[in-house]
Design a protein around this ligand. Sequence first.
Ligand SMILES: Nc1nc2c(ncn2[C@@H]2O[C@H](COP(=O)(O)OP(=O)(O)O)[C@@H](O)[C@H]2O)c(=O)[nH]1
Ligand SMILES: [Mg+2]
Length: 302
Amino acid sequence: MGFFDKIKEGLRKTKEAAASNVNAVLATFRKVDEEMLSELEDSLILADLGAELAMQTVDELRDRAKLKDLGEDQEAIKAELCDILAEKMKKNNGLVLETKPSVILVVGVNGVGKTTSIGKLGQKLTGEGKKVLFAAADTFRAAAADQLTIWADRCGADIVRHAEGADPSAVIFDAISAAKARGADVVICDTAGRLHNKKNLMNELAKMNRVIDRELPGASRETLLVIDATTGQNGVNQAESFNEACELTGIILTKLDGTAKGGIVINISSRLGVPVKYIGVGEKAEDLLEFEAETFVKAFFE
Ligand SMILES: Nc1nc2c(ncn2[C@@H]2O[C@H](COP(=O)(O)OP(=O)(O)O)[C@@H](O)[C@H]2O)c(=O)[nH]1
Ligand SMILES: [Mg+2]
């Protein structure tokens, strides 16, 4: 299956439910007037873009339709809408992994798909010939490290794990030492995300970041927040909290295959000013797709 078809398949539920309302408005309007724009705005809100983004989008479309004199050309209006939405999303320039080793810290609340996404990412990077080392810093329960070990075995990554209940920062410290000793290219750190309040979360993340700063000054660093697309607006709120707690460099949006709320991708990306770097469209290793705004929007409305 090609890349575009894979995104389309991953967005099937979204397209059937949410995006179809937008498409219905775009396929039936006679001219771009206030009635059409108001219907379009409603359909964008129903597609989980959020009220604010829907309003901004419609305002821009009104202006551009007038400026470019698009009249009642449905294809041109649709293309313009796609452009506006794609421009709203922060551009994804991929992962920056320039130093050896580089570090990817993966954060997010419990159950969103962190460990699975790390496994998929490990597969991708080892496939590119990189030497990958996983740091099993979710020490909350042994099963988490077991799960990561299975992915490590599968993709040929190394793993550093400690006993259940160990200090996550100590795992990261050991993983970085091992990465230096073994000449690893990338250390990918799994975290627990079970901390029950924002203050604990910030402290724990700050501690992990201090260890990385101290042991690898000047290293390329990515901090990726994993969000479960099926949680909709709740995911947006989580993203805002994590964005305050640490400097996010990217978002991985998982479980798009299981939801009609795929529009949340556009909402989150434009709200936070942080690029969506990957989307998860299934449980298998190949189900992590590099995110590209134009392709996504095109698949969304096709
Ligand atoms: N359908 C689907 N399931 C996913 C995706 N990503 C993760 N999962 C599933 O979500 C569940 C929780 O994932 P896990 O990686 O353990 O979450 P963590 O607690 O954040 O580490 C597992 O059953 C995964 O297989 C995805 O993109 N699509
Ligand atoms: Mg996990």
